[in-house]
Design a protein around this ligand. Sequence first.
Ligand code: PHE
Length: 337
Amino acid sequence: MKDTLLQIKAEAAESLSDANVDIEAVRIKYLGKKGALTAVLRGMGQISAEERPIIGQLANEIRQYIESAIAEKQEELRYAKLLEKLNKERIDVTVPGAEIPVGRRHPLSIIQRKLEQIFIGMGFEIAEGPEVEYGYYNFEALNIPENHPARDTQDTFYINDKILLRSQTSPVQVRVMEKQRPPIRIISPGRVYRSDAVDATHSPLFHQLEGLVVDKNISFADLKGMLELFAKNMFGGNTKIRFRPHYFPFTEPSAEVDVSCFNCDGKGCRLCKGEGYIEILGAGMVHPNVLRTCNIDPDVYSGFAFGLGIERVVMFKYNIDDMRLLYENDVRFLSQF
Ligand code: PHE
């Protein structure tokens, strides 16, 4: 009897030492109603009266032993499972986070916005016009009749005989003056097109910003004062401007306007190619023919207009020597702004 009990204890211990043991099966096998230990206890009747308490006590001890061994094993398995879970779901909070790439504004947009802010600050409103434009607005209404040599300098892309991609933002002047009566004070930024081959300073698509002011008593002095204020705002308080006589069919008199180089204060350096000044826009007094075309009486009203190349300003401001960089969308370039 005693041997049987000791054997049960040994077997149970052995089963529980297996890492993959089915604990419930072990419990049933040894402690269940039909289990090994229960069978021994049932047979107690056959044992002599002196032996009975000894065997009974031993059987009890062994039952307690198996019960606590089972409990211990259960705890061990629960802990192992928990450890495994913790290991699997481990989060290393010291790992550097995954960087989310953030976009930024294109240098052309940065400068366009800055230009808009400056002119809006001077009371201008923004006007828009179509990029696919009638030849009428791009040329005829701007005092550039067919076969006029000025068309050669602005050769553009034609959709058909009458429709083209605008070669300048000046057609917006006409569109505004057709609809609005003076006082007029607008700027119009946007894309323009010319049939030019791509190189460091040319692109078939580029950007201009047009300006137009029409009212009574507008003079060249107003144009000059306004442009000087603009240049100081854009390029710094020390900036000077310089007018050179020029020809545009839709303004008279006309000028090309340069700003002193902010890098050398007009002394001449690499940025301004030794010139001290950089050309940034064309301007002039609105030609009476253009006013008349738009039903504005040139004897009552006068105005000035200017057109500025946004790329030129960007390249000057950021010291960029090749315009193609602005269109190639290379993030190594774009991320610097
Ligand atoms: N449209 C002219 C150009 O593209 C610039 C300009 C605009 C000149 C307005 C005078 C007045 O060259």
